[in-house]
Write a protein that binds this ligand. Structure first.
Ligand code: NAP
Length: 268
C-alpha cells in the first residue's frame, strides 16, 4: 500500500508526520505523494481540506484519515497518542472506506463559453466584491427569490458543522446526499423578501445563482477564495464524486457533534 502525508506545518504536526512516515515505512508501506492509496492529514479539519484539494483528481482511489494536533475535528478524529495503533491498523489494511457527499460548483462567465467546475468538501460561499450581494436564486430552473444581503453559503452535509453552522444552518448527517443553502444577513423588510430559512436540496435538484447588476463576486470553495469577474451564473449541485474516509473504529457522527460542540469526554 502507498501513503502520503499532509501536515499543518507547525512543529508538533511536522514531528508526528515524520514519525508516521518512519513507522509506516518500517511496516513495509511505500511513501508516494503522486498516487497514494491513503493520505494521513496531521493538523486539523483545515489541514484535511488542503489534503482533499491536493487529491481531487483521484478521489475514487484515495482514502483520507485525519490526526488532530489541536482540538478534536470532524475530519481529524485521531489523537496523536494513538499514532502507533493507527499505523498498525493501516499496515494490516484493516479499514473500511466510508463515503461522504461533495458539492459541485460551476461558474459561467459573460465573456466566454468557458466555465470552471470545482469540488467542495465543506462549502462554497458567494459575496459581492464591493456592494450588497444581489442575486436571483433559481431552484431547478425556476426563479425562487431575489436575494439581497451579505452572501450565500452552500454547504455539504459534512461541511454543515463548519461555516454553515456559524450562520445558523442545520447540521446534516453525512449519509444524506444533499446540499444546504444558508443566508448571510439577508435584507428583509416590506420591499425586499427572502425565505430566511436554510434550504436543503436532494441530489437530483440544483440551484443556480444569477447576478442582477454586479458581475464580480468573491467565491470561496472551502479555504480557497477567488475574485470571479463577469460572472453569468453559478450552479450548485451534489457532485457525482464522493470523498472516502478510512474508518478503523466506530465514532458515530452525532457523537462527534456532541464532543465538538456540547462537551468532550475525550479530554483532548
Ligand atoms: P480556518 O479559519 O483555519 O478554519 C476555520 C475553522 O473551521 C477551524 O477551527 C476549522 O477546524 C473549522 N472547520 C473546518 N472544517 C470544519 C468542519 N467540517 N466542521 C467543523 N469545523 C470545521 O480556515 P481554513 O483552515 O482555511 O478552513 C476553511 C474553512 O473555514 C471553510 O471551509 C469554512 O467552513 C470555515 N470558515 C468558518 C467561518 C465561521 O465559522 N464563521 C468563517 C469562514 C470560514 P480546525 O481548527 O480543526 O482546522
Amino acid at each position: 500500500m502507498k501513503f502520503a502525508v499532509q501536515s499543518r506545518n507547525d512543529p508538533q504536526s511536522n514531528e508526528i508526520a515524520n514519525r508516521a512516515i518512519s513507522y509506516l515505512t518500517d511496516f513495509g508501506l511505500t511513501f508516494d505523494e503522486e498516487k497514494p492509496d491513503i493520505v494521513l492529514s496531521i493538523g486539523g479539519d483545515g489541514t484535511l481540506l488542503h489534503a482533499f484539494h491536493r487529491y481531487t483528481h483521484m478521489l475514487a482511489d484515495v482514502a483520507f484519515v485525519g490526526i488532530h494536533t489541536g482540538h478534536l475535528g470532524f475530519y481529524a478524529d485521531w489523537k496523536p497518542a494513538d499514532l502507533e495503533k493507527l499505523v498498525i491498523a493501516i499496515s494490516k489494511d484493516e479499514f473500511r472506506a466510508i463515503e461522504y457527499p461533495l458539492l459541485e460548483v460551476t461558474i459561467n462567465y459573460q465573456t466566454s463559453d468557458e466555465n470552471f467546475t470545482y469540488l467542495a468538501l465543506n462549502e462554497s460561499t458567494v459575496k459581492s466584491s464591493e456592494v450588497t450581494l444581489v442575486m436571483d436564486v433559481e431552484l431547478n430552473g425556476r426563479r425562487f427569490e431575489r436575494f439581497r444581503g451579505d452572501g450565500l453559503c452552500v454547504s455539504t452535509p459534512s461541511g454543515s458543522t463548519a461555516y454553515n453552522k456559524a450562520l445558523g444552518g442545520a447540521i446534516l448527517h453525512p449519509s444524506l446526499d444533499a446540499l444546504q443553502i444558508t443566508e448571510m444577513a439577508s435584507i428583509n423588510n416590506r420591499v425586499f423578501r427572502t425565505v430566511g430559512s436554510s434550504l436543503i436540496l436532494p441530489s437530483h435538484h440544483s440551484c443556480v445563482l444569477k447576478p442582477v447588476k454586479a458581475e464580480d463576486f468573491m467565491v470561496t470553495v472551502d479555504h480557497v477564495q477567488l475574485l470571479h469577474k463577469n460572472v453569468k451564473s453559478i450552479q450548485y449541485r451534489v457532485a457525482k464524486e464522493k470523498v472516502r474516509f478510512a474508518r478503523f473504529k466506530a465514532f458515530p457522527f452525532w457523537q462527534r457533534v456532541h464532543d465538538s460542540f456540547i462537551d468532550s469526554d475525550l479530554k483532548d
